[in-house]
Design a protein. Structure first.
Length: 316
């Protein structure tokens, strides 16, 4: 619990709510219902174990803050998330009503555990401990099976480390969704390309060159060459090969070239950093940016945007 004044409001409520939801309780010493509500809120803050922070504002002493929120009666509580009010209530509430209000907006314990384990996995990847990172991501998904962020990160790392069978099993559910989530479709495209390239000598890039030299419209050879390039982590070269198909026949093989091209763009696009990130992130595919600085991420974003424009030009 934090006592808030005009002096610390910005730090303890607005800024703090970008990390953890803040429930602001406007009260006054003379208010009978406030004396009933206050202890219940304090109990819930303890019970919820960090899922929200309770901030108390004496509306008599902090009339400027009360005015900012348009407080007309007390107790009034306002829930702040990401620096903005998202919901609130007036008057004393039972513990059950308060729990229902909080549970509507707060992340579950499983979600928080999954987020913490995912953050630990990213730190382990930064330090080069891939095996421990895989275990942490497995734990994260077990803590919150519906967490798509944990599922995506886990599948991505499984594919990158050759765990194709488990990756395929974990992709089965999101791939069946309608509409199909783009990032999981991207992982599926990547997985299929790698499985093809790792069969026989399919990853031998030179074996396609003669066929393409003899017939520039040998799209099967070009597509297989692009998949071989992916197996060698030659991402931009693979997109260049796919563009050769798209420019000549946009609809070839059910737009297979365009779909794989879009998947590569998705995997190479740096994600928006989390609010709490102190270290720059990775590409969605975990491919190039681990441990890299913001300038290098800007370069990656510029490259992705360049290829997006090239695709748009080829399709129009």
């Amino acid at each position: 619990m934090i006592d808030v004044t005009i002096e610390n409001f910005e730090a303890e409520v607005v800024a703090a709510s970008t990390q953890v939801p803040v429930l602001v309780d406007f009260w006054a010493p003379w208010c009978g219902p406030c004396k009933t509500l206050g202890p219940v809120l304090e109990k819930l803050e303890t019970d919820y174990e960090g899922r929200f922070t309770l901030a108390k504002i004496d509306s008599d002493q902090e009339q400027q803050l009360a005015g900012m929120f348009g407080i007309r009666s007390i107790p009034t509580c306002v829930l702040m998330i990401d620096g903005k009010p998202v919901d609130g209530f007036m008057g004393a509430q039972t513990e059950g009503q308060l729990r229902a209000f909080l549970d509507k907006h707060l992340p579950s314990a499983g979600e928080l555990a999954a987020e913490a384990e995912t953050d630990e996995a990213h730190a382990l990847l930064e330090s080069g401990d891939t095996a421990a990172a895989l275990q942490k991501l497995a734990d994260a998904l077990a803590s919150d099976p519906g967490n798509d962020d944990a599922r995506f990160d886990y599948v991505r790392l499984l594919i990158a480390t050759g765990g194709f069978e488990e990756a395929r099993a974990l992709l089965a559910e999101p791939i069946k969704r309608i509409p199909q989530p783009l990032r999981f479709e991207a992982l599926n495209q990547w997985l299929q390309a790698l499985e093809f390239a790792m069969t026989g000598d399919n990853a031998d890039i030179a074996r396609y060159d003669a066929a393409i030299a003899a017939n520039k419209r040998d799209f099967d050879a070009r597509f297989d060459r692009a998949r071989g390039l992916l197996a060698h982590s030659q991402w931009t070269q693979a997109m260049d090969e796919l563009l050769e198909i798209i420019m000549r026949d946009k609809e070839w093989n059910g737009q297979a070239a365009r779909k794989l091209f879009v998947a590569i763009l998705e995997l190479l696009t740096p994600p928006k950093p989390k609010k709490q990130d102190a270290v720059p992130g990775k590409t969605a595919g975990g491919i190039e940016l681990v441990g890299k600085n913001s300038a290098e991420q800007d370069e990656a974003t510029a490259m992705v945007n360049s290829y997006r424009r090239r695709l748009s030009m080829a399709l129009n």
